[in-house]
Design a protein around this ligand. Structure first.
Ligand SMILES: *[C@@H]1O[C@H](CO)[C@@H](O)[C@H](O)[C@H]1NC(C)=O
Ligand SMILES: *[C@@H]1O[C@H](CO)[C@@H](O)[C@H](O)[C@H]1NC(C)=O
Ligand SMILES: *[C@@H]1O[C@H](CO)[C@@H](O)[C@H](O)[C@H]1NC(C)=O
Ligand SMILES: *[C@@H]1O[C@H](CO)[C@@H](O)[C@H](O)[C@H]1NC(C)=O
Ligand SMILES: *[C@@H]1O[C@H](CO)[C@@H](O)[C@H](O)[C@H]1NC(C)=O
Length: 360
C-alpha cells in the first residue's frame, strides 16, 4: 500500500510540475497565445529585461516600453525566436553578444531607440537575420565592424540617424543585401568601394542627406540595382561616368531637390544620360537650377538649349574676335616687319563643371 501511495504521490508531483510547465507562467506584464508561440509585452512600461518568456515563443513583441539596456545573453532561453520587436524603447546600449543565441532570428526591430554605436558584438550570432530595422536612432558613423556578422541580411533600414561617415568596408560582408535605406542622415560624400560588395542590392536610398560629391566609380559595379534615390541632397553637378558605371538592365534614378548648376557641361551630361536605354531619370522634369543666377529656380528641362546656344554664340564671337585680332596683328607685323608674332591660344568659357567630378 505504501508503495502504491508513494507511486501516486510521485504521479501527483509529476502532474503538478507538468501543469506548471504547461502554464509556463507567461509573465504578468505579457500576453501569450498561439500555443505560446506569440508573446506580447507591449505598452507596459517595462524598464528591464528579462521578462519570463515561454521558451517556445517565436515572436516576441517588447515594443513601446522603456527598456534601456539589452544585456549579454538575456535571450538565452528563447532560442526559437524568429521575430524580435524592440522598437520604441529607450535602448542606448546593446552589450556584446546581446543577441548571440538567436540563431533562428529573421527580423529584429530596434527602430526609435537611442543607439549610437554598433560594436562587433552586436551582430554576433545573427548570421540568419534577414531584416534589421535601426531607423530613428543616434548612429553617427558606420565602420567595418558595425554589421560584421550579418551575412544573410536582405533589408537594412538606417533611416533618420545622424550618420556622417561610412568606412569603405562598412557593408563588405553583406552580399545578400537587397535594400539599403540611408535616407535622412548627414552624409556629405560617397567614396568608391563603399557599396562594391553589395552584388544583390536592388534599392539604394540616399535621399535627404547632404551629399555634394561622389567619387567616380561609387556605384560600380552594383549589377542588381533597380532604384537609386539621390533626391534632396546638395549635388550641383554629376559626372556622366558615375551613372554609366551602373551595370544593370534597368535602373531608375531620382535626383530632384538638388541645387543643380545648370551650366552647359551639366546639360551635356543629362543629354547623354537620357540617351542611355537602361537608365531612367524618373524625375528629370522636376530638376531645378540653383546656378547660374540667371537660371535660378528654372527647370533644367526648360533651359535645356537656350543657355548653351547663347554660350555657343558667345564662344563664336570671342573666337572670331580673337582670330581677327591675331590676323590683324599678323598683318601689322607683316607690314612693319619689326616684331615677331607671339602665338597664343584663346581661353573659351564653359566646361567648368568637370572640375568637381572627383576622379579616383
Ligand atoms: C496558471 O497560473 C495562474 C496564475 O499564474 C493560475 O491562476 C492558473 O490557475 C494556472 N493554470 C493552470 C492550468 O494551472
Ligand atoms: C532613458 O535612458 C536614459 C539613460 O540612458 C535616462 O536618463 C532616461 O531617464 C530614460 N528615459 C526614460 C523615459 O526612462
Ligand atoms: C524604414 O524606416 C522608416 C522609419 O521607421 C519606415 O517609415 C520605413 O517604412 C522603413 N522602410 C523599410 C523598407 O523597412
Ligand atoms: C528625423 O529626426 C529628426 C530628429 O532627430 C527630426 O527633426 C526630423 O524631422 C526627422 N525626419 C524625418 C523625415 O522623420
Ligand atoms: C514632380 O514634382 C511634383 C510636384 O512636386 C510631384 O507631384 C511629382 O510626383 C514629381 N515627380 C516625380 C517623378 O517625382
Amino acid at each position: 500500500l505504501s508503495k502504491m501511495l508513494e507511486f501516486l504521490f510521485v504521479l501527483l508531483l509529476a502532474a503538478e510540475s507538468s501543469c506548471m510547465f504547461l502554464n509556463w507562467t507567461c509573465d504578468q506584464s505579457c500576453v501569450c497565445h498561439g500555443d505560446l508561440k506569440f508573446t506580447t509585452c507591449s505598452h507596459d512600461d517595462l524598464t528591464q529585461l528579462p521578462v519570463k518568456v515561454p521558451p517556445s515563443t517565436e515572436l516576441l513583441d517588447l515594443s513601446n516600453n522603456l527598456i534601456s539596456v539589452v544585456q549579454k545573453h538575456v535571450f538565452s532561453s528563447n532560442r526559437k525566436l524568429r521575430v524580435l520587436l524592440l522598437q520604441n524603447n529607450n535602448i542606448s546600449l546593446v552589450e556584446d553578444g546581446g543577441f548571440a543565441q538567436l540563431e533562428f532570428l529573421q527580423k529584429l526591430d530596434l527602430s526609435w531607440n537611442r543607439i549610437s554605436v554598433l560594436t562587433e558584438g552586436f551582430s554576433v550570432g545573427l548570421a540568419f537575420l534577414r531584416e534589421l530595422q535601426l531607423s530613428h536612432n543616434q548612429l553617427t558613423g558606420l565602420d567595418s565592424r558595425s554589421f560584421l556578422h550579418l551575412d544573410g541580411l536582405q533589408r537594412l533600414n538606417l533611416t533618420n540617424n545622424s550618420i556622417q561617415s561610412m568606412e569603405v568596408r562598412s557593408f563588405s560582408s553583406m552580399s545578400s543585401l537587397r535594400q539599403l535605406h540611408l535616407q535622412d542622415n548627414q552624409l556629405t560624400s560617397l567614396l568608391s568601394g563603399t557599396f562594391s560588395m553589395l552584388r544583390s542590392l536592388e534599392v539604394l536610398n540616399l535621399a535627404g542627406n547632404q551629399i555634394h560629391e561622389m567619387e567616380l566609380l561609387v556605384f560600380n559595379p552594383l549589377t542588381s540595382m533597380t532604384l537609386l534615390n539621390l533626391a534632396d541632397n546638395q549635388l550641383s553637378t554629376v559626372c556622366f561616368k558615375t551613372f554609366l558605371s551602373i551595370h544593370t538592365y534597368s535602373t531608375h534614378i531620382l535626383l530632384q531637390g538638388n541645387p543643380w548648376n545648370c551650366d552647359c557641361e551639366l546639360q551635356r551630361v543629362f543629354r547623354k544620360l537620357r540617351s542611355i536605354q537602361r537608365i531612367f531619370l524618373d524625375d528629370y522634369y522636376n530638376l531645378t537650377c540653383r546656378e547660374p543666377p540667371v537660371l535660378h529656380n528654372h527647370r533644367l528641362m526648360e533651359v535645356d538649349t537656350e543657355l548653351c546656344i547663347a554660350e555657343t554664340v558667345t564662344v563664336l564671337i570671342i573666337t572670331i574676335t580673337v582670330v581677327i585680332t591675331v590676323l590683324a596683328a599678323m598683318l601689322m607685323g607683316e607690314r612693319k616687319k619689326k616684331k615677331r608674332r607671339k602665338g597664343f591660344s584663346p581661353v573659351l568659357p564653359g566646361g567648368g563643371g568637370q572640375a568637381s567630378c572627383l576622379t579616383k
